[in-house]
Each structure stands twice: as C-alpha cells, then as structure tokens.
Design a binder for this molecule. Structure first.
Ligand SMILES: C[S@@+](CC[C@H](N)C(=O)[O-])C[C@H]1O[C@@H](n2cnc3c(N)ncnc32)[C@H](O)[C@@H]1O
Length: 236
C-alpha cells in the first residue's frame, strides 16, 4: 500500500481497472487534495444517480444509522480483514474505520471514478484502508493480487438485484469462498424486505434489519450459509 505521505494518485476512468490508492485519517479528512472531486457527498451521489441510474441505485449516501446497522454485531476484537463493495462516498467506510482495529485491513472497492476519488481523498490518512477503483465482480482477483486469501466479512452496497444473474452469482460465489468460518455477507438495501426471497435462494440463513432513518428508508440483509447459485430465477 502507498504510505500516507506519498502524493495522492487519482483514478482514471475505466471499469474494472483496479488502482490501489492511498488512504486518510478521519482526523485530517478536512485537508482535501486539490484534484479531489468537488461538492458535498449528497451532490456526488445525486449526480451519479441521475447520470447512471440503476448502477448507483440510491440518490443519497447511506445514513449513519444504516452504516451502524450493517456493522452491528461484528466482533471487532477478531475481525482482521473486511471488504466493502460499492462504497460510494464512504459513509459505511467511515464507520468501519472508526470501529475496526487499527491493524485490520479494510479493502474498499468502487467502480465509479468520481466516487472513488472522493473515497481516496476522504481516507487518505488511514493507512489500513485500501481504496480500489475496480469492478466488484472481480473482487476475488483483486484480493488475490493483494495476497488476501480469506476475509472476515463482506459488506455490499451494490445494487445486486439489478445485476445480470451471472455477475450477481460471481460476486456471491466469490464471497462464499472467501469469507472465513463464522463470517457474514452483509447487503444494504433501500427497498426493505423486497428481495428477501432472492437472498434466501442463495443463503440458508438471512436476517433482515430495518433501518427507518435513511433516505429512503432501507435495511440490511445479514447472510450466512451459502447454498450455491440458484440459476436464472426471478429476483423477487
Ligand atoms: C447504493 S450505492 C451505495 C453507496 C454507499 N455504499 C452508501 O451506502 O452510501 C451503490 C454503489 O455501488 C457502486 N457500484 C455499482 N456497481 C459496481 C461494481 N460492479 N463494482 C463496484 N462498485 C459498483 C456504485 O457506483 C455506487 O457507488
């Protein structure tokens, strides 16, 4: 990983192109790089949503309540490696940085170059955060390149129900192979419970946690016990 004192590298457009970048101590979040995307998080998300629609899926960053709910119950004393897929502007990443052990490795993957730029800038001073501009469908390879065989938890902000079946299967297959015993796959949603049956087709055990204080209200699926990809089935 690039040391925090090194100059910030900036993502170049191109889906699937993984570029590791330096990260930021929340304490120095205010000091932004001159090349960082301009504007508040809500504006970057809104603009991404208006231009990319389904690939972003939500017009606003997750609330603090959502961030806390997706992380609730993680054993911070033992969690050493956590992956976040589709991190947006980083509301969940920020909570992750706050709660995780300082020596825990946090791998954060985002496909959109502008949002990735915001993540890089925001977490520049957090040496344990590896922000990757890349495609979550390739996250197994991205972890392998970094010599990471297993992770404790996978957190997903990806709009998985709108992914093509093959891409969704690839992500959940990789997650199941990568998550260590006792770990979880955690998925946020802004359509409470609508996709419960879909996640049950992939996992034996799915718990839904409602998050009313989010824009729009949403929730989190906490999944364990992968059954295998169910094939091309309706998402609801
Ligand atoms: C609903 S937003 C969630 C953002 C953030 N996690 C939050 O809670 O505010 C979904 C995010 O997934 C990202 N995304 C969509 N497809 C992706 C992919 N194939 N690989 C990585 N990120 C992706 C989008 O760019 C967007 O930032």
């Amino acid at each position: 990983m690039t040391p925090p004192s090194a100059p910030t590298t900036h993502p170049t457009p191109g889906a699937g192109h993984a570029v590791s970048g330096p990260a930021v101590s929340p304490a120095v979040e205010a000091k932004t790089s001159p090349h960082a995307p301009k504007g508040p998080d809500w504006w970057l998300m809104m603009r991404a949503f208006l231009t990319q629609g389904k690939r972003i899926a939500s017009f606003a960053p997750s609330s603090r309540f959502m961030a806390r709910k997706i992380l609730d119950g993680i054993d911070w004393a033992t969690a050493r490696t956590i992956v976040e897929l589709g991190a947006g502007t980083g509301p969940i990443t920020a909570e992750l940085v706050r709660l995780a052990r300082p020596d825990a490795k946090l791998v954060v993957i985002e496909l959109d170059p502008t949002l990735c730029g915001r993540l890089r800038d925001r977490f520049r001073g957090a040496p344990n955060v590896d922000v990757i501009l890349g495609d979550a469908t390739k996250f197994g390879e991205l972890l392998a390149e970094r010599g990471i065989p297993k992770v404790d938890h996978v957190l997903s902000g990806l709009p998985l129900p709108s992914f093509p079946t093959g891409a969704r299967d690839a992500i959940l297959d990789t997650a199941s192979r990568t998550i260590a015993d006792g770990g979880t796959f955690r998925q946020l949603t802004v359509m409470p419970l609508i996709y419960y049956k879909m996640y049950r087709r992939y996992f034996e055990n799915v718990r839904f946690r409602f998050v009313p204080f989010n824009l729009p209200p949403g929730g989190v699926y906490v999944c364990r016990g992968y059954r295998g990809a169910p094939g091309d089935v309706p998402v609801k």
